[in-house]
Design a protein around this ligand. Structure first.
Ligand code: GAR
Length: 220
């Protein structure tokens, strides 16, 4: 490929697909030099598969239920992904813990969105845990994926205030709204070669307006 070729993106999902939709919409509206070449789901009933179909994106399911263990699943997933030779692999609500071998294969070109201000609240049920902890701010993080769960270099974060009467649903809703701004913005940086992983850190181009461009929510 030449540097002028559109970047090829593969998106991995397990469910709703709202971040996938936000990325596809931003890509079309802002005319990025990029293309989602495939959506791959870990389960056949993910709503995100319908979003891919509506957008004319090819999709497939590598069903976790058909594999005896993590190693065989990740090997099949990797084979499916590599058919598309992606420049960027996006985890968008892909609810699987990946093997080190898989993660290392995509080092520097696999990113994830997580619904908390990492390193706080890794894992699941992040919104309820933020409420239980009594934190005043919560949010979402986009980071490079490395073998340790939810611990890769942070690229950008969106901050959301925690309000006195918040329920888990209310907080989740406000965080998700920010995810839909944050994730497309970071993917666009990648498409424009403005972000890379170097020596275990996310390095951003100096053309990115700091901090407003990478601290969304309170700053935007
Ligand atoms: C999003 O909130 C995303 O941050 C979270 O799953 C949701 C997927 O929603 N990801 C994780 O929890 C990963 N650890 P979506 O399918 O509508 O994009």
């Amino acid at each position: 490929m030449t540097t002028d070729d559109p970047k090829k993106i593969v998106v991995l999902i397990s469910g709703r697909g709202s971040n996938l939709l936000a990325i596809v919409r931003a890509m079309e509206k802002e005319k990025w030099r990029a293309r989602v070449v495939a959506v791959i789901s870990s389960t056949p009933d993910a709503n995100g598969l319908a979003i891919a179909a509506a957008a004319g994106i090819s999709s497939e399911t590598i069903n976790v239920a058909h594999f005896p263990d993590r190693v065989s699943y990740d090997a099949a997933l990797r084979e499916a992904i590599d058919c598309y030779a992606p420049d960027l692999l996006l985890l968008a609500g892909f609810m699987r813990i990946l093997t080190d071998e898989f993660v290392n294969h995509y080092a520097g070109r696999m990113i994830n969105i997580h619904p908390s201000l990492l390193p706080a609240f890794t894992g699941t049920r992040t919104h309820q845990r933020a409420l239980d902890a009594g934190v005043r701010v919560h949010g979402a993080t986009v980071h490079f994926v490395t073998p340790q769960l939810d611990a890769g270099p942070v690229i950008a974060q969106a901050v959301v205030p925690v309000l006195p009467d918040d329920t888990e649903e209310m907080l989740a809703h406000r965080v998700l709204e920010q995810e839909h701004i944050l994730y497309p913005r970071v993917v666009r940086w990648f498409v424009e070669d403005k972000v890379k992983m170097e020596n275990g850190r996310a390095v951003l181009s100096t053309t990115i307006n700091c901090p407003a461009d990478f601290l969304l929510g309170v700053a935007s």
